[in-house]
Design a protein around this ligand. Structure first.
Ligand SMILES: [Fe+2]
Length: 475
C-alpha cells in the first residue's frame, strides 16, 4: 500500500518572489508590545527563488531580502527590501538570471558567463554596526545598507577587504570589548583561511591567514574565551568542474570521511595564530551554538551536528517546494584541551532535530545559560517538514522548553533580546510564516515562558519567507 503524505504548507512562501514593503506601522494582532523592547530586529534570507519562470538551483541562491522592524515608543514599524546588489539590479533590469551561485551554474550568454560567474546574493545574515547595516554572504565582502531605510549603499571593504578576501556570514562580537571577529575562505591561489578582527565600527584592525589543505566548506566558527575555534568537516571541493562551469559548487563538494578527518583548528584570538590542531571522527555542521573556556583551561563547544552532508541535498530541495531527504542534526558538545591538542569529550546533548542555535549576545564566548533553537515538534516527518517550533535548552540541566506554535506555522531562528531592566526577563523574537493564512508575523515571547502564548504578535504587510539569520540592535 502506498502512503501519501499531504503536501506541507511551508512551500507556498517560496512559490512566488517576496514583495518589498515600505516603512509601515505594524498592527498588534494579539497581546501588547513590551514597553522595554526598544531597538531594531533585522532578518536576512533569500526573497526570490525564481525569475521569469526559472527556479534557482539551491535555497542558498535566492537574492537576499532584509526585514527590519523598528520598535519605538510609537509602536513597531516594519520595512522589507531586497539588497540591491550589482547582480540583483542587472538581473532585475534584464528580467532573467545571468549569474551563477552556490547551487547553479551561470546562465547568461557566453560573454556574461566569462565575466559574471558568481553573484553575491547578500542573503545569509546581517551585522548591525553603529552607522550601517551589513548584508553578509560568505563568498565576498558584505553589502552596506542604511540602518533605517535599508537603502543599499554598495559593497563595503571594511577598510581591508578585496573581492578575493571574503567576509563570512557568522561574525562574532565579543560582548566585553566590542571586538568583531570573522573569517573568509580564499579560493583563488593557495587555499587559505583569512582571519579578521574589527573594532566596534567594523573597521578591520588585525588580520592573519592560515593555510588550508584544500577548498573546504567553513560556514561558522566559535569565539570561546581567548580562542577562536574552527571545525573543518571532511568535505573538499573539486574545483575544476566549477571553473569550467560544468557543475555548481554545491555539487562539487565531496564527502570523504575515509580520506579526510574532521579538523579542529584552535586559534589564539590575540595573535590570530594557530595554537593547535586536532583531528577527529567525521561529521558535518553548519552552525555552532557557542563556546567558552572552563576554569581548568578546557574549551567547551556546542554545535548542531549532522552525520554527513545530506543536509545540502535537503536545502537544495527546499527551493523546489518539496523535500524528501532526511538530514537530522542534533545538539552536541565537545570538550578540548587546547594546549595538549586533545579532544577530551564528544557527546550528544539533545536528541532532537534542531538548527540555528543562538545564545544571548551578552554570553557569546562565555558559559551561556541557555541555547535557543529552531526545532521540530515531536513526531514530525523531518524529511518533508520545515522547523515548526522553537525551544530553549539549558545545557546544565538538559531541560528543553518548547513553544507551541500550532499547526502549519514555521518560525525563523529565535533571537534572545535582553531586557534593559536586569531584574526582568528578556524576550525571544522570531518571525513566523503561517502556511494556512499565507502570511508572516513577528512573534515576541517572554523568554521565561516560551511554553505559553507569545506576549505580542505583529502582522507583516506581506509574506517574509523563512530565511537564515538575523540580529537585534538595541536603541
Ligand atoms: Fe548560517
Amino acid at each position: 500500500m502506498i502512503q501519501t503524505t499531504p503536501q506541507p504548507t511551508w512551500a507556498q512562501q517560496f512559490s512566488t518572489p517576496a514583495t518589498e514593503f515600505p516603512l509601515t506601522p505594524l498592527p498588534v494582532l494579539s497581546g501588547k508590545l513590551p514597553p522595554g523592547l526598544r531597538g531594531s530586529l533585522y532578518r536576512n534570507g533569500p526573497g526570490r527563488l525564481e525569475r521569469a519562470g526559472q527556479r534557482v538551483g539551491h535555497w542558498f541562491d535566492g537574492d537576499g531580502a532584509i526585514l527590519a522592524v523598528h520598535f519605538t515608543d510609537e509602536g513597531a514599524m516594519g520595512i522589507y527590501r531586497y539588497v540591491k546588489t550589482v547582480g540583483y539590479q542587472e538581473e532585475e533590469q534584464k528580467n532573467r538570471f545571468i549569474y551563477g551561485g552556490y547551487g547553479m551554474t551561470p546562465c547568461g550568454n557566453l560573454w556574461e558567463r566569462l565575466t559574471k560567474p558568481l553573484k553575491n546574493a547578500a542573503n545569509t545574515s546581517v551585522l548591525a554596526l553603529p552607522d550601517k547595516l551589513l548584508a553578509l554572504w560568505e563568498g565576498e565582502p558584505p553589502y552596506r545598507l542604511d540602518l533605517n531605510t535599508l537603502e543599499t549603499w554598495g559593497l563595503d571593504d571594511l577598510s581591508g577587504l578585496t573581492k578575493k578576501t571574503p567576509y563570512s556570514a557568522h561574525p562574532k562580537i565579543d560582548p566585553e570589548t566590542g571586538d568583531i571577529f570573522n573569517f573568509g575562505q580564499v579560493l583563488a591561489g593557495r587555499p587559505q583561511l583569512m582571519l579578521y578582527r574589527s573594532d566596534r565600527t567594523g573597521k578591520i584592525i588585525q588580520r592573519n591567514s592560515i593555510p588550508l589543505d584544500g577548498i573546504c566548506l567553513i560556514h561558522d566558527f566559535v569565539l570561546a574565551g581567548q580562542y577562536l575555534i574552527f571545525v573543518i568537516p571532511p568535505l573538499r571541493l573539486n574545483l575544476l568542474p566549477v571553473l569550467f562551469q560544468l557543475k555548481p559548487f554545491s555539487e562539487c563538494f565531496q564527502w570523504q570521511p575515509q580520506k579526510t578527518p574532521t579538523q579542529i583548528l584552535i586559534i589564539d584570538r590575540q595573535t590570530l595564530t594557530l595554537v593547535n590542531r586536532i583531528e577527529t571522527e567525521p561529521w558535518f555542521q553548519w552552525h555552532f551554538s557557542n563556546g567558552y573556556v572552563e576554569e581548568d583551561g578546557t574549551v567547551v563547544v556546542d554545535f548542531a551536528r549532522y552525520p554527513d552532508f545530506k543536509t545540502n541535498q535537503y536545502l537544495k530541495e527546499v527551493a523546489t517546494g518539496k523535500t524528501k531527504t532526511l538530514a537530522i542534526s542534533t545538539l552536541w558538545r565537545m570538550v578540548l584541551q587546547p594546549q595538549k591538542s586533545q579532544l577530551l569529550q564528544l557527546e550528544e546533548l539533545l536528541d532532537r532535530h534542531c538548527e540555528f542555535p543562538t545564545v544571548s549576545p551578552k554570553e557569546v564566548g562565555k558559559k551561556a545559560h541557555y541555547t535557543y533553537l529552531s526545532i521540530h515538534q515531536p513526531g514530525v516527518n523531518s524529511a518533508v517538514e520545515m522547523f515548526n517550533s522553537i525551544g530553549r535548552f539549558n545545557p546544565q540541566t538538559q531541560r528543553l522548553e518548547e513553544a507551541n506554535l500550532g499547526e502549519n506555522r514555521y518560525p525563523m531562528e529565535p533571537l534572545f533580546v535582553e531586557n534593559p531592566d536586569p531584574s526582568q526577563p528578556g524576550w525571544v523574537l522570531t518571525v513566523v510564516y503561517d502556511g494556512d493564512q499565507n502570511s508572516s508575523e513577528v512573534w515576541i515571547f517572554d523568554a521565561e515562558h516560551l511554553e505559553g502564548e507569545p506576549v505580542c504578535r505583529l502582522g507583516l504587510p506581506s509574506v517574509v519567507p523563512n530565511g537564515f539569520h538575523g540580529t537585534w540592535k538595541p536603541h
